[in-house]
Design a protein around this ligand. Structure first.
Ligand SMILES: [Zn+2]
Length: 273
């Protein structure tokens, strides 16, 4: 079985003992540090002994191992303890167990108190993995949390570099403080941009995709151009829509009934219809 993330090696734990198949609402990302396990190999051994699990572990050398499918719940975020962040209340109510709605990532730290700084390779791999998951499941930065937000006494994730992560994630998504984008779009709500020259609206998941597509220059404006249509329903597939841009079409298709590009999230670039 292949890893979900192209940058990960597949080291899936035995499915009969680990993970909750097709049981993940993907509402948040939870960051962990290992507090002792120095390598992905030793993380795997610890999981096999203790029966716990996460989706991914990032080694100090930047290797990423996947242990549980993203479509499954993993076994690392159970049990909100007294003093947990009230952010979780809505999801405890909806999902009961936070393993059923979170993707979790371990980071190898050889010290028990999680005080070792991430190595440059580890930090790079971590931020790329977080950005991939955030984009794929439309998870906003305020839904990326540390393990200690669930279990406050824990020293996990220790000195994880949150400020650097926020800067990194902001850099990979364009907003209308960018003067070039502001020449072409106005925000009609938080989740909708209206094109000043064509009058068409880019919204919700399409907008999220447009704002980060290509990850450089002006993202969607550079690689797709201006919207030439609003969203257009695709016949026979309720909830699936397409939208025409100057340089291509986007498709909103969360269950991938039209096409299934490897690694794609809810939105992908589609063939000319
Ligand atoms: Zn943890």
């Amino acid at each position: 079985m292949q890893a979900d993330y192209a940058g990960a090696e597949a080291h899936f734990l035995p499915a009969d003992r680990f993970g909750y198949p097709n049981n993940n609402g993907h509402v948040a990302i939870v960051i962990h540090k290992t507090g002792g396990d120095p390598t992905p190999e030793s993380v795997e051994q610890t999981f096999l002994v203790k029966g716990r699990s996460v989706h991914y572990a990032v080694g100090q050398d930047g290797r990423v191992w996947q242990f549980v499918l993203e479509s499954s719940g993993a076994g690392g975020n159970c049990c909100a303890e007294p003093g947990y962040d009230p952010f979780w209340d809505q999801y405890l109510h909806e999902f009961r167990d936070l393993n059923f709605c979170t993707i979790s990532i371990e980071h190898c730290d050889p010290t028990r108190d999680n005080s070792t700084p991430l190595t440059p390779a580890q930090k790079d791999a971590s931020f790329k993995l977080v950005a991939y998951l955030a984009k794929k499941y439309t998870i906003a930065p305020d839904h990326i949390k540390g393990h200690n937000s669930i279990d406050p006494p824990t020293l996990c994730p220790g000195n994880y570099p949150w400020d650097d992560l926020w800067v990194y994630l902001k850099g990979s998504i364009m907003d209308l403080t960018n003067p070039t984008l502001a020449q072409y779009f106005t925000a009609t709500s938080n989740d909708q941009w209206k094109c000043k020259s064509t009058g068409n609206v880019v919204q919700y998941a399409m907008l999220q995709f447009y704002r980060s597509y290509g990850k450089d220059a002006y993202c969607g404006l550079t690689y797709l151009g201006l919207p030439l249509s609003n969203e257009i329903p695709i016949g026979g597939h309720p909830g699936v829509v397409k939208q025409e841009f100057e340089r291509g079409w986007l498709c909103y298709d969360p269950t991938h009934v039209i096409d299934h590009p490897p690694g794609a999230g809810d939105v992908y670039v589609m063939h000319l219809p």
